[in-house]
Design a protein around this ligand. Sequence first.
Ligand SMILES: [Fe+2]
Ligand SMILES: [Fe+2]
Length: 339
Amino acid sequence: MAKVASDHQQRLDELHEKFAALGLVGYWQRQRRHHGVEPRLWRWDEVYPALIQAADVVRIGPEAFRRNIGLETESRTIIMGFQIVLPGEAAPAHRHTNTALRFVVKGGGAYTTSNGEPMTMQPGDLLIQPNWVWHDHVNDSREPIIWIDALDVGVVDFLGASRFREEWSEGIQQPLTRKEGASRRLYGPIREPEVHYEGAGVPYHYKWDETLEALNEVADAGGGDPYDGVLLEYKNPVTGGHTFLTMTCHIQMLLPGQATRPHRHTGTTHYHAVQGRGVTVVDRDEPIELEWDINDSFTLPPWRWHQFRNASETDPAILFSVTDRPMLEMTGLDREEKG
Ligand SMILES: [Fe+2]
Ligand SMILES: [Fe+2]
């Protein structure tokens, strides 16, 4: 019997060797791959000094095209990190097939130019630059500005579409050809019946004061969801769908003392605590508690039970998040289980 088994193994090994020489692979040889993302928290009181140190050591220009510092996850779809631009610095104009967003964490008054429109950035503002939108950043304020970046780098690389990229040919900055607020007028509720754009969408500037007002109004009206609290999506201004084709952004408010019910779903989500403090409990057996405070960030992997708790009995907590779930919907892979 042992002889038969070893003969069989030898024949299999020979077959696999032959496959390897021919550049073939039997599907039975493949390891089943699971998403390698693990729940993880990054504390602002550790991230912030690292950003300041990076701003001191790494120069925009010689060492780095951009001073981006990513959260190290195993996410194969979207990445999230921070970017810091010092007073007097400018990051050169370019466009690419990666879709990007910026959510302002600290500082104010610097601006990002998107397709010729200056967008002055204040804490809590969200700026979107879908694929193929020109963008550059200028900090002419007197303080460093820090924002969250998220990009669909993994997906674009995976699909072999990341080679398309252009640098602005004349100088670092693109000319300001539109007035501040132009995209909100051009692509807002009063607009031409048809909107024409290159790439996958239009740039847009979602302002924090309006976001907060919307959260408060929904909360005051008793709205909300048992699994996420008061959850609002940053809708694509043109289509009314998800923020982007590849990823979408949410802002959510947990009322004072609120604890949500557990659920799990496909998709990876990166979170950032905008206000307040709380706990996100991941998994039911051997639960992992991610205790977050203002400006901390954390990642939730696909299909893991999770629930949120606001640690304050008096103040709301607010989380910004970005997720790849639109791609799971597009591919028929979006699943959710409610606990
Ligand atoms: Fe870029
Ligand atoms: Fe969730």
